[in-house]
Design a protein. Structure first.
Length: 65
């Protein structure tokens, strides 16, 4: 993952503000597509488990032979 969920939300907020600016040079299809893609990425992360699991082995829970 390149960016955290908070960073993606911040970028989306900035892009949405840029889209509302009256004299923005960045308006258009690419900005709309970027906003849509970033929104979808955030929605996917909110649905899926995004917290990394610890790679710790619990030896006590293993079955003894």
């Amino acid at each position: 993952m390149l960016f955290s969920k908070q960073q993606k939300k911040l970028m989306l907020e900035i892009l949405l503000k840029e889209r509302r600016r009256l004299f923005s040079n960045h308006k258009g299809e690419l900005l709309d597509k970027t906003i849509a893609d970033l929104s979808q990425m955030i929605r996917n992360e909110e649905i899926n488990i995004t917290e990394p699991k610890d790679n710790i082995i619990d030896w006590n829970s293993r079955k003894k032979r």
